[in-house]
Design a protein around this ligand. Structure first.
Ligand code: SF4
Ligand code: SF4
Length: 470
């Protein structure tokens, strides 16, 4: 099966329950942001800007757990900021799992190996030695790490840890191959660390997914190579979504930079061109999401936004109307459902009900529409059923030949600090690439993989230019 039976059955059961009860709106995935602090400062990240006044604030553990209960979503995506910085992340993951929900830990990958070493220390016995040897042989841990794991004291053994579970996925943010990804996250070595963390996670029996946003300048071939590589590494799934500039980001471009924002939009037409092959990707790789959403991305049908199905909860409460735009925060999920005028948002039959929604096709607004049958067409249920329950695509076999293509940045001395900086002119630098401006408050948000996409598009355009000229 493409996805584990228990998980697919849980989600299907949730939808059927609400359909039978005729619940008008209900949550499918909770985007839980326990904090907005991050160890990285990625170009264009909406979250570290929108919530820059509250970077030190955190949602207490009990509030996080009660938010999951309150909306009763079967899936909880723990994001941020970087959720592995949250001091009670282990208790949070285990608490949500204990509620019987599926957990995605959306991470930039930098602290994953540390968390997995904590796990190994908590379960160490001599029977773990073959696994430690394999980790050492593959340079995924050091001799010192192995010793620390062997000598774990009672406190380390008693510590709450994140363990492999069929109900939990590491969801690693990767927006391209090494060169592109390190450039976007503004630090060399991040892509390599993600790869090592993914290898270690697979070796220890964790489920791992990747999470990618496609920008205006993202090359389709690069995305295909990325899927092939991570499929070869044994990843269990991939989330992919088009990046999107919401209104505030556009205004910001005009006001601060004096640029015509039309130069940077990923319009619906452009998105459809980028995603023209997504149905083939869905056959070859374990892409998360419904084939109905994939048809929408490929331009074969229209869908209506169901942003209420993927609510976001953070330090300010329930964020409305969606993960991207902020028109308000509410103290309760039901209050948000009742008070927001949902029919003011989205695009219906190609007409934007809110100009800010005009070109939006993002996963968090439209993927649930495909699962919930919002724009049902005959055969959709069968299509969705077949996609979920048919055999899983085999891992890509040609990984070894891809390694040179994939490690095309810092590993070969072509990291962003060298060549990429030369590709970015000083004016662009001052505009935010390679530097985070604390006073740069875009209203809209995003997290790993979304935010002020105009900055990323601009950056990627310059890289493409530099590549052509080199
Ligand atoms: S269309 Fe996009 S921007 Fe508009 S409400 Fe839906 S998810 Fe948000
Ligand atoms: S995109 Fe994710 S990893 Fe990057 S700064 Fe924002 S929260 Fe951190």
């Amino acid at each position: 099966m493409r996805f584990p039976l228990a998980l697919s059955a849980k989600i299907a059961g949730h939808i059927i329950k609400h359909k039978l009860r005729k619940t008008p709106r209900f949550a499918m995935v909770l985007q839980l942001e326990p904090l907005h602090t991050c160890n990285l400062t990625c170009t264009g990240c909406g979250r570290i800007r929108e919530y820059s006044t509250s970077l030190k604030d955190m949602v207490p553990l009990d509030k996080c757990l009660s938010a999951a209960e309150e909306c009763d979503a079967p899936m909880v995506s723990i994001c941020g900021g970087e959720p592995l910085i949250y001091p009670k992340i282990e208790e949070l993951v285990n608490g949500v799992l204990a509620q019987g929900r599926i957990v995605y830990v959306c991470t930039n990958g930098m602290f994953m190996r540390k968390k997995m070493k904590d796990y190994l220390a908590s379960i160490y016995s001599p029977s773990l030695e073959p696994k430690l040897k394999r980790l050492l042989d593959e340079n995924l841990i050091s001799d010192r790490d192995a010793e620390a794991i062997r000598k774990a004291d009672a406190a380390a053994r008693a510590k709450s840890v994140i363990k492999p579970s069929r109900w939990m996925y590491w969801n690693v943010h990767v927006d391209g191959l090494e060169y592109t990804h390190d450039l976007i996250v503004e630090r060399e070595g991040v892509f390599k660390e993600c790869v090592e963390a993914i290898k270690m996670a697979k070796l220890l029996g964790f489920q791992v997914a990747t999470n990618t946003t496609v920008y205006k300048e993202t090359e389709v071939q690069e995305i295909e190579n990325m899927f092939k590589f991570f499929s070869w590494l044994g990843c269990d799934g991939h989330t992919i979504s088009p990046g999107y500039d919401y209104d505030a980001a556009k205004k910001d471009m005009v006001k601060r930079l004096g640029r015509n924002p039309k130069e940077f939009f990923l319009t619906r037409d452009m998105t459809r061109q980028k995603f023209a092959n997504i149905l083939d990707w869905g056959k070859a790789f374990t892409i998360f999401g419904t084939p109905v959403y994939q048809e929408f991305l490929a331009g074969r049908r229209e869908l209506t936004c169901t942003a209420w199905a993927i609510p976001t909860f953070n330090i300010r409460g329930w964020k409305a109307p969606c993960y991207l735009m902020t028109d308000g925060h509410y103290p309760g999920y039901q209050e948000m459902l009742d008070k927001v005028q949902w029919d003011k948002y989205g695009v219906v039959n190609g007409v934007a009900r809110d100009p800010r929604c005009e070109h939006c096709m993002v996963h968090c607004g439209y993927d649930p529409s495909g699962a919930l049958g919002t724009n049902y067409q005959r055969g959709d249920n069968w299509k969705n059923f077949k996609y979920n329950f048919w055999p899983r695509p085999k891992p890509y076999a040609g990984g070894p030949e891809l390694v040179k293509t994939v490690f095309n940045g810092a590993s070969i001395g072509k990291g962003h600090l060298a060549e990429a900086k030369a590709a970015i002119n000083p004016a662009a630098n001052a505009r935010g690439a390679f530097s985070r401006k604390e006073d740069d408050h875009t209203d809209g948000g995003g997290s790993c993989g979304s935010g002020d996409t105009s900055q990323r598009d601009e950056l990627l355009a310059k890289i493409a230019e530099a590549k052509k000229n080199s």
